[in-house]
Ligand binder design. Sequence first.
Ligand SMILES: [Zn+2]
Ligand SMILES: [Zn+2]
Length: 385
Amino acid sequence: MKRDYYEVLGVERDADLQQIKKAYRKLAREHHPDVNSSDPQCEEKFKEATEAYEVLCDTQKRTVYDTYGHDGLKRGAGGPGDFGFGGFTDFSDIFENLFTSFGGGGFGGSPFGGSGRGPSGPARGDDLAVEVELTLEEAAFGVEKEITFRAQGVCSACEGAGTTDPASVKPCGECGGLGRVRTIRRTMLGQFVQTGLCPTCSGRGQVIESPCPECQGGGRVFMERVVTVNIPAGIDGGQRIRVSGRGGAGERGARAGDLYVRVRVEPHPVFRRREDDILYQVDLTMVQAALGTTLTIPTLDGDQDVEFAAGIQPGEVKTLRGRGVTHLNGHGRGDQEILVNVLIPRDLEEEHRRLLQEFDECCGPEQYEHRPEGVLHRLRNLFGG
Ligand SMILES: [Zn+2]
Ligand SMILES: [Zn+2]
């Protein structure tokens, strides 16, 4: 049984043309076989939606359908003219929008090219993605990186022109320089008028009679490219930097694509990063913690002497203000947080045991301060858990 056309498109019976177009565009985007080839039913759904759209966007057919249903259209009954699917329906405005919303480029060969546009001219270069690995210090302070990758670059033989003889560039004979040709396609749903790319000039509107032998007229060839990228201070792993115009070269001098540099940050041997703060753990011996001490602590800016007061407890945190990562897109820096760990001696010899026992005998509970906020509390503050 055939489904109701309004139901297929999911519109009300009094929907206007704009609503019908909108609904169809949405369905076509979901079910177009070029887009969604993984679902075997999508071709059927696409056909069903296309058929519904073709009827409902045509005032005459829609009147017949509203009055007589599917049968009315089948018999062509009740109205003048031909209500089979022999008429011309221009889908180009639908598909132009559909495919430009997908980014265009990937569908360059689609028969559903837009109509009424001029020649597309030489193609823009591809956008490229590359990865760069940084140390934590490089991410914290920014760095200039040379990135090497293989991609299309400007042909050196013709300097990107596609030919060394400018006089050999002529308007395309097949499309008269328009870049597009109209074709009529017969399908089970009827005939469609389609405006497609000219097969001779691929939509360029021009042909080159004596193309450059290095690039076959494209003006670009695959090569090893080296691009210097300024990595801003404060960047973090997983973030991307867009370098405008440093992607694949465009065809015959057209705009180059963009280069997207994705950042990875190597794990650091002693530092962890939490947003723009640097976390570091220091180990104090039991005696250092009890008597207090000054230790040399590594920071992103080099070693720094840090004082630990007598009686410092495991889990306490000392903050070195402004020793963290530079804030991205802003001023100032995060902090370095030093987490105190206290080492308890093991494998004691007889002499050690005796001294500790002696110490314990003269040391009362007043020397040990109980703090209600213990290590767990401090760790939670530090790690934000
Ligand atoms: Zn060339
Ligand atoms: Zn042409």
